[in-house]
Ligand binder design. Structure first.
Ligand code: 2RA
Length: 330
């Protein structure tokens, strides 16, 4: 299958290439696309050099699927052009996520809703993906009523320039904060994406709105505080979940152990719990610190970590592409 990767030179683009290789996606031809200044340069895929092309050349090459990770405005402009040419777009930006005519897909939860008619498919926000992969199996059993989540997000979620800012500060150069309005090393910023009129950030509202859409249940209440921390391995989340019905902690652990794409790491006495350092480079979502919230009935606390460039972006997008390919939906 011919596959285009739009935004092939970015952090997520590079991860998409790795994940396609690692998962042995049946790529017959890879078509890397990037901005004008990168056209003609080479990237490496499966040990071979491949030349980056313009989006016009990519459309002319007629790939079956184009995985986009090139930002919202590029996606708004280009995704419809690919779709009109019959190419199915899996888009990693926020451009189409809340469009009621587009599906917002986490394969473990709602890939079964995809049809041949879906020509632009949205990949959810990273911090939302790792949370819903854990929430959904619990929702099926106990009914999730309300979620209170605080995130601890990796600078890789912002992109290469943010990783550079972190490491230049770490080497002692604090003179030039570039991507963030403050230093990020030895600091914590309660600020991800732009502030909205309601006092929340756009990242926080993504967690509220995307959760309802992916899980197909508008009654689930979510409130979020999203925070940037100086790590690169993945996003972490402290999640408080109030259920409709009561539960046994042991049953919750069992459900999560059996849940697709989830690995339980919960042995605090032996210092085993999910961390960005250990989740880095992995495709799964890790969950631990599973314990009863003793302050009110039917409520649970847990801790979720995933590599935001993997399950939060590249892996989820490639899994959507795999589903499309396996089910003849392109
Ligand atoms: C972040 N959620 O971590 C974004 C990336 N999509 O900033």
């Amino acid at each position: 299958m011919k596959i285009a990767v739009v935004g092939a030179t970015g952090l997520v683009g590079g991860e998409i290439l790795k994940v396609l290789e690692e998962r042995n996606f049946p790529v017959t031809e890879l078509i890397p696309v990037a901005s004008e200044r990168s056209v003609g340069k080479q990237i490496t895929f499966k040990g071979k050099q491949v030349t980056i092309v313009s989006f016009e050349d990519a459309i002319a090459a007629k790939p079956a699927i184009a995985i986009f990770s090139a930002g919202g405005s590029t996606s708004l402009k280009l995704a419809p052009l690919f779709a009109e040419a019959g190419i199915t777009v899996v888009d990693n930006s926020s451009a189409w996520r809340m469009d009621p005519t587009k599906k917002l897909v986490v394969p473990e939860i709602n890939a079964h809703t995809l049809t041949l008619e879906d020509k632009i498919i949205a990949n959810p926000n990273c911090s939302t993906i790792q949370m819903v992969v854990v929430l959904d199996p619990l929702h099926k059993k106990y009914g999730v009523k309300r979620v209170v989540v605080s995130t601890y997000q990796s600078v890789t979620g912002t992109g290469k320039a943010a990783v550079d800012q972190l490491f230049s500060e770490r080497s002692g150069d604090y003179s030039n904060p570039k991507v963030y309005p403050h230093p990020i090393d030895l600091n914590v910023l309660p600020h991800i994406d732009v502030f909205l009129d309601n006092g929340y950030t756009k990242e926080e509202m993504k967690m509220v709105n995307e959760t309802k859409k992916i899980m197909g249940d508008d009654t689930i209440q979510v409130t979020a505080t999203t925070v940037r921390i100086p790590t690169i391995g993945g996003h972490s989340e402290a999640v408080n979940i109030e259920f409709e019905n009561d539960y046994e902690v042991g049953d919750v652990v069992k459900i999560l152990e059996e849940a697709e794409g989830v690995i339980v790491q919960d042995d605090p006495k032996n210092y085993l719990y999910p961390m960005p350092l250990t989740a880095h480079g992995k495709d799964e979502v890790f969950v631990g610190r599973i314990r009863r919230d003793e302050s009110q009935p039917n409520t649970l606390n847990l801790w979720i970590v995933a590599d935001n460039l993997r399950k939060g972006a590249a892996t989820n997008a490639v899994q959507i592409a795999e589903y499309l390919a396996e089910n003849n939906l392109v």
